[in-house]
Design a protein around this ligand. Structure first.
Ligand code: PAN
Ligand code: ZN
Length: 188
């Protein structure tokens, strides 16, 4: 069999972009409108349909032998008083862990398990967070500049968005008096 050859991707620290860009995923509000709590605020913002995040994925085979890696640029903003966030997911192969390394901006990493545990980690440049096996994960931009983080995870992990689409996360990250606070999700 052919050897898979080593290669390098350049990450621009100023923007978070990868070169080559790889597989690019963009998420606007319309891609995740049901995930925000304040549906009236969603309706008001949908005309403008803001870009919420972009993911640059280095393309490698999706097998256990490989390590998927990517950069997420999560833009600042709010829907009502809820901060812009990623969709969030469990890995399709539930016990596949992940590392998140914050490069720029600030945010929160929200995590939960199927048996009801919840955890959150504040991320600033230099924070290296370990998403342990079996934890769903979502990031939130609590700052006023792009929140940029690098991620690496097993090649066969896959993404399960369905469970989060139906259940949401146990906590919402909202601005209260200029501060980011976690509140119980009334719909959870
Ligand atoms: C990350 C996420 C990325 C976007 O690379 O996929 O930040 O978030 P969603 O996938 O939840 O939309 C990761 O956790 N990969 O496994
Ligand atoms: Zn993941």
């Amino acid at each position: 069999t052919e050897k898979f050859m080593p290669f390098v991707t350049e990450l621009d620290f100023a923007t978070g972009k990868l070169n080559p860009e790889g597989h690019v995923i963009t998420r606007n509000l319309s891609h995740m409108k049901d995930m925000y709590y304040d549906q009236e605020a969603v309706r008001q913002l949908l005309g403008q349909n803001p870009l919420i995040y972009v993911v640059y994925n280095v393309v490698v085979p999706e097998t256990a032998a490989h390590i998927q890696h990517c950069v997420t640029i999560l833009y600042p903003g709010k829907v009502g008083n809820e901060y812009f966030m990623t969709k969030g997911h469990y890995h399709e192969v539930l016990d596949r862990a992940e590392i998140y390394f914050c490069l720029k901006g600030k945010g929160q990493l929200l995590m939960q398990t199927q048996d009801g545990a919840f955890a959150s980690i504040d991320m600033v440049p230099g924070s290296v967070a370990y998403v342990a096996p079996e934890w769903a994960h979502r990031t939130v931009n609590t700052g006023d500049e792009p929140f940029v983080f690098f991620a690496a995870y097993p090649g066969d992990a896959g993404h399960n968005y369905g469970d989060i689409e139906t259940e949401g996360f146990a906590k919402l990250s909202v601005e209260q008096n200029g501060e980011a606070v976690l509140v119980d999700n009334p719909r959870y």
